[in-house]
Design a protein around this ligand. Structure first.
Ligand code: ADE
Ligand code: ZN
Length: 324
């Protein structure tokens, strides 16, 4: 099964670059930049990765991101992820980055974008892995701060394709960001948003109707709302689902309770993704294998999920046809 999944042409549509920071690179960058971390060893870092919910994880994730300071750091981080893509048969990726996690610490946005873009260009040229970057707003901050971030990023508007919305979901519904998403769409950007991870189905409705997103990130709680399920199926709205993330953050108590395959069989346009692979115990292939081990994912279902990832990507149709 592992070999079968490896050779499928896959796109990854939900992966936070800061969440691909492996403990080894984290320690290396902490040393390089003289950043104090509350860990002495890689093992200690790994032991800290026990989460009871999304916020637990986010606290550790933002702390880890503090070692990223220079253009070279952002490039090294992105390059390490792209090598993983190459090794796992990921032919195209649309990763997120969280500029506010860095600008809030005084790192200029151009340092972040230039570093990431350098590695993405190299990934295309040297590894044959194509990519479109997604700029994600932190939803626990204000819409004014999202606007300021978007304005600061606009001079680099050719380096990202879409805006997204992530961080603490509960208490920060989509409507909080209606204006900035309207502005981004008017400027020609695509839009995606995390919704229905910990938040209720109403947040998925809000992301669709108010933010007018092209895809929903996670969306697993849509399963609780039959009318919403019908809409997702009818309109073939993609959900970028992250199985290992969902079990690590206790959205599902165990993998055997995950509803991804039921959604697939009902005709929802679901895809498999890794979210924050360095924190949740695996990249894309490990997420597919987790579905195989706990839910008997079949080759036919794996093939369908891989094809969905290409279809749900922002690639032009001519490129999609090469992979499906
Ligand atoms: N930022 C990084 N990973 C995230 C997730 N799973 N949900 C919300 N924000 C995130
Ligand atoms: Zn995510």
């Amino acid at each position: 099964m592992q070999d079968f999944i490896h050779q499928l042409h896959k796109a990854e549509l939900h992966m936070h670059l800061e969440g691909s920071l492996e403990p080894e690179l984290m320690m290396q960058l902490a040393e390089r930049n003289s950043v104090q971390l509350p860990y002495q060893t890689v093992e200690e870092v790994r032991r800290a990765y026990q989460f009871s919910n999304l916020q637990d994880f986010l606290d550790i994730y933002y702390q880890g991101a503090s070692v990223l300071q220079t253009e070279e750091d952002f490039s090294d981080l992105t390059w390490a992820y792209l090598r993983k893509c190459k090794a796992q048969g990921v032919v195209h990726t649309e990763p997120f980055f969280d500029p506010q996690a860095h600008t809030q610490r005084g790192i200029p946005i151009e340092v972040v974008i230039r570093g990431i873009d350098h590695a993405l260009q190299r990934g295309k040229a040297e590894l044959g892995v194509s990519s479109y970057l997604i700029l994600s707003f932190l939803r626990h901050l204000s819409e004014e701060e999202a606007f300021a971030t978007f304005e600061a990023a606009l001079p680099f508007g050719d380096k990202f394709i879409a805006v997204g919305l992530d961080s603490s979901e509960l208490g920060h519904p989509p409507e909080k960001f209606q204006q900035v998403f309207a502005k981004a769409r008017a400027e020609g950007f695509k839009a995606v948003a995390h919704a229905g991870e910990e938040g209720p189905p109403s947040y998925v409705w809000g992301a669709l109707d108010l933010l007018k997103v092209d895809r929903i990130d996670h969306g697993v709680r849509a399963f609780e709302d039959e009318r919403l399920m019908q809409r997702l199926i009818q309109e073939q709205i993609p959900l970028t689902v992250c199985p290992l993330s969902n079990t690590r953050l206790k959205v599902f108590a165990e993998m055997r309770h995950h509803t991804l395959l039921e959604m697939l069989d009902r005709g929802v346009m679901v895809t498999v993704n890794s979210d924050d692979p360095a924190y949740f115990g695996g990249y894309l292939v490990e997420n597919f294998m987790a579905l195989h081990d706990a839910l008997d994912l079949t080759c036919e279902q794996a093939k369908q999920l891989a094809a969905n990832s290409i279809r749900a990507s922002f690639l032009p149709d001519s490129d999609k046809q090469k992979y499906i």
